[in-house]
Design a protein around this ligand. Structure first.
Ligand code: PAF
Length: 285
């Protein structure tokens, strides 16, 4: 696995790979890799000649009071994991390499940002769209792999790829969970042990809501029950617990549409998110 810090160097290397007929599978990450990221590399490995992973904690997608400084980082560990998982290139640029002194042009996302994480993290998805636009242009992948834990991100990236005509296939990969159901996240290491014990109830709550909706309860009633459950099982602050259509992220109007039930809970140092997507072929209820 080659480790590259410079944009021009990576471009030259990947241009040569493409000239040799290799397709590129791209896994964008912010590092502190876990099984979820490794599953993205494994998927990319199956479908592409070359796998590129980027590790870049993107300052543009963090608000002033968010955890940019506390975001976990360990490049030596990440290098070993990425290599073992089968990546060919690790792109690990500095902030200066990506943005110079400061960006002079950024991307603004207009749809699907007025709910869930977009609502609580103003500007977050503009930062995500800006860095991905740069990374897509630098790397030129045929396919890009994203974890469905960030389902709103996946929906927004679909819009970015469509609207900016990137010739990229977006591949959404299922959420990886701990044995007790907690969704894997790089941020989990910043939970206290009490918070870690409580955090299991986020996924339990989502699965209870899914079960209730699957057996005919209205999403509103199921969410109300779920909220009661979460309140009584965790001291974390519920940022949101919502059911919306997916991938549109609009209020649910048609019982046949796919639904996302998503939650965000704020703990002392960490805000955790999780979701379940309920796909229906037949009307519910
Ligand atoms: O999902 C993430 O880790 C980040 O939002 C991404 C896609 C790497 C962009 O910085």
């Amino acid at each position: 696995m080659k480790i590259v810090n410079r944009i021009d160097e990576l471009r030259t290397m990947l241009t040569e790979e493409k000239a040799n007929g290799k397709t590129i599978g791209f896994v964008p990450t912010m590092g502190y890799l876990h099984e979820g990221h490794l599953s993205l590399i494994h998927e990319a490995r199956k479908e592409n000649g070359i796998v590129v992973i980027s590790i870049f904690v993107n300052p543009l997608q963090f608000g002033p009071d968010e955890d940019f400084d506390q975001y976990p980082r360990n490049i030596e560990r990440d290098e070993a994991l990425a290599r073992e998982a089968g990546a060919d290139y690790l792109f690990y640029p500095t902030v200066a390499e990506m943005y110079g002194e400061r960006p002079t042009v950024t991307v603004k996302v207009h749809e699907r940002t007025d709910c869930l994480c977009g609502k609580s993290r103003p500007g977050h998805f503009d930062g995500v769209a800006t860095v991905l636009t740069k990374l897509f242009n630098i790397i030129g992948p045929a396919r890009a792999y994203f974890g469905l834990k960030d389902a709103q991100q996946v929906a927004i990236v679909e819009g970015l790829i469509h609207d900016f005509n990137f010739p990229i296939e977006l591949v959404g990969v299922e959420i990886k969970r701990e044995e007790d159901g907690l969704a894997l996240s790089s941020r989990n290491v910043n939970l206290t042990s009490d918070e870690r014990a409580e955090a299991v109830h986020i996924s339990r709550c989502l699965f209870k809501i899914k079960e209730a909706i699957d057996s005919g309860m209205t999403p509103e009633a199921a969410i109300a029950e779920g909220r009661g459950y979460l309140h009584s099982h965790t001291a974390g602050t519920i940022d949101y617990l919502e059911a919306l259509s997916y991938p549109e992220l609009k209020p649910i109007t048609d019982v046949r549409e796919a639904i996302i039930v998503a939650a965000a809970v704020q703990y002392s140092k960490v805000r955790l998110i999780d979701n379940v997507i309920i796909k229906t072929e037949q009307p519910r209820g």
